[in-house]
Write a protein that binds this ligand. Structure first.
Ligand SMILES: [Zn+2]
Length: 71
């Protein structure tokens, strides 16, 4: 058995702190490159739909008048 690819302490180069593409705040390691899960979901849903958030208009007001048939 050979043990190859024995990587010792790998040092990661300091990268420039990325800003959240949603709000512009410094990103978090957990939700890179977003600052929070919230922003991540926001961005995700956005490109999923392919368009900006679509405002949902709730129309729950039906005119219930009295209908009289005169004839
Ligand atoms: Zn954000």
């Amino acid at each position: 058995m050979e043990e190859r690819m024995n990587s010792k302490a790998s040092v990661e180069p300091l990268r420039k702190p990325r800003q959240c593409p949603e709000c512009g705040r410094p990103s978090s390691r957990d939700t890179y490159p977003f600052c929070s899960a919230r922003c991540r979901e926001l961005d995700l849903s956005r490109w999923l739909t392919g368009s900006y958030a679509i405002p949902v208009a709730e129309d729950e007001s039906k005119a219930g008048g009295d209908e009289g048939d005169n004839g």
